[in-house]
Ligand binder design. Structure first.
Ligand code: NAD
Length: 421
């Protein structure tokens, strides 16, 4: 695995260019995706021994041996938004703990990850890491075939429901990383003049044109600072957002990945507008000649939406975000927690107050004064509560989910006192 990591480092530039070409994300974003993947693979290498080392425990009733064995054949199914990192997040722990894997990437971004799989597979015996391409029907085979013991899936919540059904016949183990409708909560103590914090907020809404599971997809701001916040947010957004050709080094936001996603995001914004919301276009267009020719969408801010409009309660997964006012902590916690999702969330303001709100939030990760990728650390577990997922990736937990625990007990007292002769 370490040799494969070195090869990936050496090929970063080639793979990043391929990823930007097929996906549409800005080149710096593709390079960042590969860098995070490598960071995780290196961490996984550094802790695998600790996670899988056999334990032998001498105790008052004899001896117990605990082994951490491979589960067997793992199916990995991944989405299009972060095809490399969401594949390596599965490949590294599965292979390091001794399993074999068949990976099916999304047909919307299959090329760069194929190159990554080819590189990693070349350092393992034939058949250990395998790649198949295809649509949902291939996914169905991979999630129902009796030879598959575990499914590692990242994608939409609706797809995960079919997968759970397909997998139930043979009771497969699974890790599911699903959709989210992550909220950012801005407390009255947030300093609206902190331009770096506002920039982090904008990035947390619009990186990768908003196509990230853990992007902040709805922003609730305390009414006492709402007007000032919106004014400063628009300023920060206009500074950071520069839309254009992924290979233009001055852009920060590329096009959306596919036609369906463009249509869906537009429909949510149109619906909000038809109900009276104000739509504000954000940022600059650096390549105007491209805008009518493909899947470019200028990022938008939605003001005045209702708390339960689709733009607020659905996962938009694109370059638009609603900002809404709230009046008190109870109300915003309720608005946060009534979602069926619970992937990540963020609280912005004085640190201790933010932590106290964070403690009451239903989410797998809550970040303080930052959000999305900016606040994730590969050394700690990542995953969702409620319909955002099952299990965790990253951290030591991200390796433990690929092993079976086998306990061998050698008791000294062979007879139980309460069982009659
Ligand atoms: P998707 O669910 O449509 O597709 C994901 C993968 O599943 C693809 O490879 C697809 O071909 C395959 N698939 C489709 N139907 C299948 C079936 N019936 N059985 C087996 N496999 C099937 O998701 P998408 O549109 O590619 O990705 C966007 C979604 O992924 C969003 O909801 C996003 O939030 C989620 N996501 C979650 C995380 C996370 O870590 N929680 C990360 C990234 C994306």
């Amino acid at each position: 695995m370490r040799r494969a990591i070195q090869k990936l480092k050496d090929s970063t530039s080639e793979i990043a260019r391929l990823l930007s070409r097929e996906h549409g994300k800005a080149l710096y974003d593709s390079e960042g995706e590969i860098a995070v993947s490598i960071m995780w693979m290196e961490y996984a290498c550094s802790v695998v021994k600790e996670v899988t080392e056999k334990q032998e425990i001498e105790h008052d009733n004899g001896r117990t041996i605990i082994t951490f064995d491979p589960v067997g054949v793992v199916s990995a199914i991944t989405p299009w938004n972060y095809p490399i990192s969401l594949s390596t997040i599965k490949i590294a722990p599965a292979l390091l703990t001794g399993n074999t894997m068949v990976l099916k990437p999304s047909p919307f971004a299959p090329l760069a990850v194929s190159r990554v799989v080819e590189i990693i597979a070349s350092e393992f015996p034939p058949g250990v890491l395998n790649l198949v391409h295809g649509e949902a029907d291939v996914g169905v085979e991979l999630t129902s075939n009796p030879k598959v013991v575990k499914i590692a899936f990242t994608g939409g919540t609706k797809t995960a429901k079919s997968i759970m059904k397909a997998a139930s016949d043979t009771i497969k183990k699974m890790t599911l990383e699903l959709g989210g409708n992550d909220a950012a909560i801005v407390l009255p103590s947030f300093n609206v003049n902190d331009s770096r914090a506002l920039r982090r907020m904008v990035i947390s809404n619009f990186l990768t044109a908003g196509q990230i599971c853990m992007i902040a997809k709805r922003v609730y701001v305390h009414r006492s600072i709402y007007d000032k916040f919106v004014e400063k947010y628009i300023e920060a957004a206009n500074n950071w957002i520069r839309v254009g050709d992924p290979f233009n080094p001055n852009i920060t936001v590329g096009p959306v990945n596919n036609r369906n996603q463009v249509k869906y995001v537009k429909s949510l914004v149109d619906d909000a507008e038809s109900k009276g919301a104000t739509i504000i276009k954000l940022g600059k267009i650096l390549n105007p000649e491209l805008m009518d020719n493909g899947y470019f969408l200028q990022p938008t801010l939605v003001l005045g939406a209702d708390y339960h409009d689709p733009i607020v309660v659905e996962e938009q997964f694109g370059p638009t975000v609603p900002i809404l006012p709230f009046d008190d902590e109870e109300q915003v916690i309720q608005l946060h927690n009534e979602s069926i999702y619970g992937l990540t969330s963020s609280v912005w303001g004085e640190e201790e107050q933010a932590i106290s709100v964070a403690r009451r939030i239903e989410a797998g990760t809550t970040m303080i004064n930052t959000a999305a990728i900016q606040g994730v650390d590969v050394r700690f577990p990542f995953g969702g509560v409620k319909q955002s997922g099952v299990g965790r990736e990253y951290g030591k937990e991200g390796l433990k989910s690929y092993v079976e625990i086998h306990v061998i007990n050698i008791p000294k007292n062979l007879e139980l006192p309460y069982i009659p002769e």
